[in-house]
Each structure stands twice: as C-alpha cells, then as structure tokens.
Design a protein around this ligand. Sequence first.
Ligand code: HEM
Length: 158
Amino acid sequence: MDESLPADARCDSNDRPAARPISSEERGLLLAAVVGLSDAEREILVKRFYEALREASPRSRRHFDNLDPDRQAAKLGESLRVIAALAGNRQALGSEVIRLGIAHRQRMISEEDYRVFTNVLADALAKLPGPVPAARARAFWREELEAVSALMQIVGDV
Ligand code: HEM
C-alpha cells in the first residue's frame, strides 16, 4: 500500500479487514490519531461525517435539522473524546456512556438511527491518515461505536 497517498485514496477494494484481530499497537495508534486531532482536522472530520450522514439517512438527519451546526460540531468533537476514552478504558467511561444514554433518551432515536450513525462515524474515523489500513481501522471503530451505542440504548430503554 502506498502510504504517501491521502487516506481516502488508500481506502480501496483491496483493503479488506484481515481475520487477524486488532493488536494493542494498532489500537493505540488509532486512539492516538483521534486524541491528537487539531481543531482544523476535527472540523474536516465533523464536516465529512455530517455530509455522509445526510446522504446515508434522511431519517437520521431530521434529529439534527434544528440544531446550530457549530454546536453540533462541538458535540461531535465531544463524542470523539468520549469514544477514544471509552476505547482506552471501558470501566472508567461507563458512567459517561450512561450519562449519554440518558441525554439521548427523550430524542426518539431508533435502533436504525444508532446503526447508521455508528457506521457513518466509523467510516469517517477510518479515513483519518495513519499507518493502520482503513479497512482495519473501520472494523475497529465499528466495534467500539457499537459497544457505546448498545450501552446507550440499554440506558435509554430503562
Ligand atoms: C455512538 C453513538 C453516539 C454518541 C457517542 C453520541 C454522542 C453525543 C454527545 C456527546 C452529545 C452531547 C450530549 C450532551 O449535551 O452532553 C450528543 C448529543 C446529541 N446527539 Fe448524539 N451520540 C450518539 C448517537 C446519536 C444518534 C444515533 C443520534 C440521532 C440520529 C444522535 C443525536 C444527537 C442529538 C440530536 C444531540 C443533541 C445536540 C444538541 O442538543 O445540540 N446521537 N450526542
């Protein structure tokens, strides 16, 4: 794979997730890539995520229609911090995810909304430049986000 290419260009059909599980080194690299994002990089990621969500699901989009885009971007930045921290230390983050589940409870967010959100955000995160192949990064982020979403939904159902 040509590492000199932008991350988007590296996400090609040959870039399939291997059966090999994510190593702790890859995990550390993927988390560090999110934690170390500059404000400008975060903005690009957030923009990419919302554009993709808009295309993927008009139904999910309606949840964000009346929100201020800057506030929304700040919230997603907060989500990324939460997710990176959760991946690094699930136990410590339990209470934060419970808080998030409660915050989302009144919003009538469906299982399908969570599924689309998770997939689209994992795709956006997988496009961050870095040494881990995009398909492996995507698989990692899907798993992490699914864990967060599952707990949020359990809390939301209580
Ligand atoms: C992995 C799943 C998700 C994470 C980690 C997440 C994260 C967050 C965070 C951190 C906030 C800010 C909460 C606060 O005010 O303290 C938030 C708010 C919000 N989330 Fe999520 N979220 C997730 C899934 C979803 C889904 C599936 C939807 C709907 C399609 C959604 C819609 C919203 C909305 C509408 C707000 C309120 C924004 C505002 O009031 O400005 N979220 N989310």
